[in-house]
Write a protein that binds this ligand. Structure first.
Ligand SMILES: Cc1cc2nc3c(=O)[nH]c(=O)nc-3n(C[C@H](O)[C@H](O)[C@H](O)COP(=O)(O)OP(=O)(O)OC[C@H]3O[C@@H](n4cnc5c(N)ncnc54)[C@H](O)[C@@H]3O)c2cc1C
Length: 381
């Protein structure tokens, strides 16, 4: 068992970390305040290969292993939680759908520009009445000659209003439960009937547009079906599994940012004639914060390791995501506490970390649903 990073992984971490310190951290407050998709930053990231980290170079990706991808995502989220979601939804969800389930021509045509960051990807699964309960979805795709006609809507779609390629789930057989769900490649600019209804005004995760989408006789050619009819539910579960490792990375990244800010503040802020970091209660908070972060990182890498080895990593990815999500919220909460009253103001980033961290416990499987998944896996072992 090797806990160290390889030379290549260290190089990736240093490269992304430098980019984040120079380009992301200085604009993180602006992204949080303006809540605009940071197109220029995303295009710089595309030039650095950060929009297709885990995909092979032949499809426009950077060809990195999953540890390196998680490390890269962790660094990006350390700079901006919203940017972390933009990259995770684009890569782990939309990109991976195309990579894992696309045929050769779909990969060439749609994955390559997504992996290169020329196209932005989104993953449209959730609906107003179907969040945790995916099979309750009502969006339908009816076959009409060599096309599918899609009607319905999706809610909460990260990158949904800016995406060039959307991997979309719809029922091709509404009476077949989860076996009646299929997945499609949709191109909002080319396909009539793709309507962006609006974007959410959220607590955090700013900069990543979370869109409500409507499909009104949206026609897609049958060449844009991913796999076979009825494969969609399995596609979604497998994709979310891999995605959970990167949401764990987002949690670790935000927690590290919250910890570092709190540690620096504890060294500077004086009360009773000494830095507050010298009070045992504050020192212990910092100790607990870092210990939890290190443990979350281990779970993240353990899940990545199992994925790379081709082993079943359902439980590991769920544990990594569950733990790192709770840790990021707890660490960010303590970060505010260490700042005292200042932490409750927008003059400090502590509150931003808290708002960004909270989302981790909700998307890509709520903490409650992940506990169900982990429990089911434990009972099967
Ligand atoms: C900012 C943001 C971005 C998102 N991005 C995307 C995206 O890109 N693509 C996409 O498809 N979706 C996305 N989502 C949707 C997200 O995955 C769902 O919000 C999530 O799955 C929860 O579904 P829900 O909101 O309908 O909550 P519900 O499923 O209604 O859950 C409500 C509560 O009930 C609990 N609950 C539900 N079922 C169970 C159960 N079986 N056992 C125990 N407790 C249960 C939940 O844990 C939760 O506490 C995003 C959401 C947000 C907020």
């Amino acid at each position: 068992m090797d806990f160290g990073l390889s030379a290549e992984q260290q190089q990736i971490r240093d490269m992304v970390s430098e980019f984040v310190d120079e380009e992301v951290v200085p604009v993180a407050e602006e992204i949080d305040h303006e809540d605009e998709f940071p197109a220029d930053l995303v295009s710089e990231m595309a030039d650095l290969g950060l929009m297709g980290m885990p995909f092979p170079e032949e499809y426009g990706g950077a060809g990195l292993d999953y540890h390196s991808y998680a490390i890269g995502l962790e660094e990006i989220a350390r700079g901006s939680g919203g940017l972390g979601t933009i990259v995770a939804a684009h890569t782990s969800l939309a990109g991976n759908m195309l990579y894992e389930f696309g045929d050769e021509s779909q990969k060439e045509e749609y994955l390559t520009p997504v992996a290169a960051g020329e196209d932005i990807g989104a993953f449209a699964l959730s609906e107003a009445g179907a969040g945790s309960d995916v099979p309750a979805m009502e969006t339908v795709a009816e076959r009409d000659g060599d096309e599918y006609v899609i009607n319905g809507g999706k809610l909460w779609i990260s990158n949904g209003s800016v995406a060039d390629t959307v991997t979309l789930f719809a029922k091709t057989d509404p009476d077949a439960g989860n076996k009646g769900i299929s997945s499609f490649i949709v191109r909002p600019e080319e396909d009539d009937g793709f309507i962006v209804e609006g974007t959410e005004d959220k607590l955090g995760d700013k900069g990543c547009p979370t869109a409500e989408l409507r499909f009104d006789d949206l026609r897609v050619p049958d060449s844009r079906l991913l796999g076979e009819e009825g494969d969609g539910f399995v596609h979604a579960l497998k994709t979310l599994n891999g995605g959970r490792i990167t949401i764990a990375a987002r949690g670790v990244g935000i927690a590290r940012a919250a910890f570092e800010e709190a540690r620096d503040y504890a060294g500077e802020r004086e009360q009773f004639g000494q830095p507050i970091g010298e009070f045992q209660s504050i020192k212990h908070k910092l100790a607990d914060m870092d210990t939890k972060i290190q443990a979350a990182k281990m779970l993240m890498h353990k899940a990545a390791d199992k994925k790379i080895r081709g082993e079943n990593y359902i439980k590991d990815a769920a544990q990594a995501k569950l733990y790192a999500s709770e840790v990021s919220r707890e660490v960010a909460n303590e970060g505010i506490q260490i700042h005292g009253g200042y932490g409750y103001t927008k003059d400090f980033a502590a509150q931003r970390f808290y708002r960004d961290a909270k989302l981790n416990e909700i998307y890509e499987g709520t903490s409650e649903v992940l506990r169900n998944t982990i429990g089911d896996q434990l009972l099967e072992e």
